[in-house]
Ligand binder design. Structure first.
Ligand SMILES: N[C@@H](CCC(=O)N[C@@H](CS)C(=O)NCC(=O)O)C(=O)O
Length: 304
C-alpha cells in the first residue's frame, strides 16, 4: 500500500490530531513539513488551492481537513477503532467552539510577540483583522470559557481513564488537541487553567504517552513525485439525495465555511453525508482526488 504522507508543521494544533492517531494505531508515516504561512508552492498544487494544515496524501488521493483525515485513517487502517457514536459531534465542538477559546488564550498571552508576517497572513486567511489587542482584552473572559470546556473533560473522566472509556477514542484525540496546543504555546496560562483539574492533567500525560507512531521525513518534491506516479482511487458512494442536487461528473467548487474559504474547482466524483470527493487534472501531476468533509464545506456548481 502507498505510504501515508502528512503535510504539516510541528507547532500546528490540528496536525497533532492525526499524529496522535498514528500513535494509537501504531502506523508508520512520512512527514512533509510545510510552511507556517503562505506561500506554500509545494502544497497548493496537490490541494487545488486549499492552504490549511494538515493535509494527508495517500498516492494521488489528497485529504483536506482533520475531519476527513481521521475518518480515512480510522476506516482504512487496522488497530483500535476510534470513532464511537457521537464522537464526530465532539470533534466539531473541539475544533470550533473550544478551539476559538484556545486561539484567544494563546494569542492573548503572546501579545506583542506575534510576528507581523504571521498576523498579515492570518488576516488574509480569515478575511478579518487579527486583533491582538482585542484578544488580549478578551483573554480574561475567554480563559473562563476555556476552563469551562476543560471542565467537560474533567467530568467525563470521572468514570474512566479516557473520554471513550478504558481505551482512547476519537473524542480523546479531538479534545486533546486544545490541551496540547495551549500547554505548548502558552504553558503558564495552561497550568493555571488546568489547576484543580487532576483527572485532565493525568489524561494529558496518558495522551502524550501515546506518541506519534513511526515518523520518517520526506521532502515536499518527493511527495509531488508520489502523486505524479499514482492513480486516484475509485468506488466512492454517491448520495443522489444530497441537497446540493449535484451529480458525479459536474463541474463544482468546494470551499470551507469558516476561514480559508478559497474555492477549489474540480469535477464531482461523489458526495454523501460524510464526504465530498472531487477530481482535478493538475499539469504534470496528472489526475488527483481531493477529499473534504461534508459538514463545514460548501459544495456549489461551477459557474464559469
Ligand atoms: N478544520 C480544519 C482546520 C485546520 C486549521 O485551521 N489549521 C491551521 C493550522 S493548525 C491552519 O491551517 N492555519 C493556517 C496555515 O497553517 O496556513 C481541520 O480540521 O483540519
Amino acid at each position: 500500500m502507498a505510504d501515508i504522507i502528512l503535510h504539516h508543521y510541528d507547532t500546528s494544533p490540528f496536525s497533532e490530531k492525526p499524529r496522535v492517531v498514528f500513535g494509537l494505531k501504531g502506523l508508520a508515516w512520512r512527514s512533509v513539513v510545510q510552511p507556517v504561512i503562505m506561500p506554500k508552492p509545494e502544497l497548493v498544487p496537490l490541494t487545488g488551492g486549499y492552504r490549511r494544515i494538515p493535509v494527508m496524501q495517500i498516492g494521488a488521493d489528497v485529504f483536506c481537513d482533520t475531519q476527513v483525515i481521521l475518518a480515512e485513517l480510522d476506516e482504512r487502517f487496522e488497530g483500535p477503532r476510534l470513532a464511537r457514536p457521537g464522537d464526530w459531534a465532539v470533534n466539531l465542538w473541539a475544533d470550533r467552539l473550544w478551539f476559538q477559546a484556545s486561539v484567544a488564550v494563546v494569542f492573548g498571552e503572546m501579545g506583542e510577540n506575534v510576528p507581523r508576517a504571521f498576523i498579515e497572513d492570518r488576516e488574509k486567511l480569515s478575511g478579518r483583522p487579527f486583533d491582538v489587542a482585542g484578544m488580549r482584552a478578551a483573554a480574561g473572559p475567554m480563559k473562563a470559557q476555556w476552563r469551562g470546556h476543560a471542565g467537560f473533560v474533567e467530568r467525563a473522566l470521572s468514570r474512566s481513564e479516557f473520554l471513550g472509556g478504558h481505551e482512547p477514542s476519537l473524542a480523546d484525540v479531538a479534545a486533546y488537541m486544545n490541551v496540547w496546543w495551549v500547554s505548548r504555546a502558552a504553558p503558564s496560562a495552561a497550568e493555571a487553567l488546568l489547576s484543580g483539574l487532576p483527572r485532565t492533567l493525568a489524561w494529558r500525560e496518558r495522551m502524550a504517552g501515546v506518541g506519534h507512531g513511526q515518523r520518517t521525513e520526506m521532502q515536499p518534491r518527493e511527495a509531488l513525485a508520489v502523486a505524479r506516479s499514482s492513480e486516484p482511487a475509485a468506488g466512492f458512494e454517491h448520495d443522489p439525495e444530497d441537497p446540493s442536487g449535484l451529480s458525479p461528473g459536474e463541474a463544482v467548487t468546494v470551499a470551507a465555511d469558516d476561514y480559508g474559504r478559497d474555492p477549489i474547482a474540480g469535477a464531482l466524483v461523489a458526495v454523501n453525508a460524510q464526504r465530498i470527493v472531487i477530481q482535478r487534472e493538475v499539469g504534470e501531476l496528472g489526475w488527483l482526488n481531493i477529499h473534504f468533509p461534508r459538514v463545514g464545506y460548501v459544495l456549489s456548481p461551477r459557474r464559469d
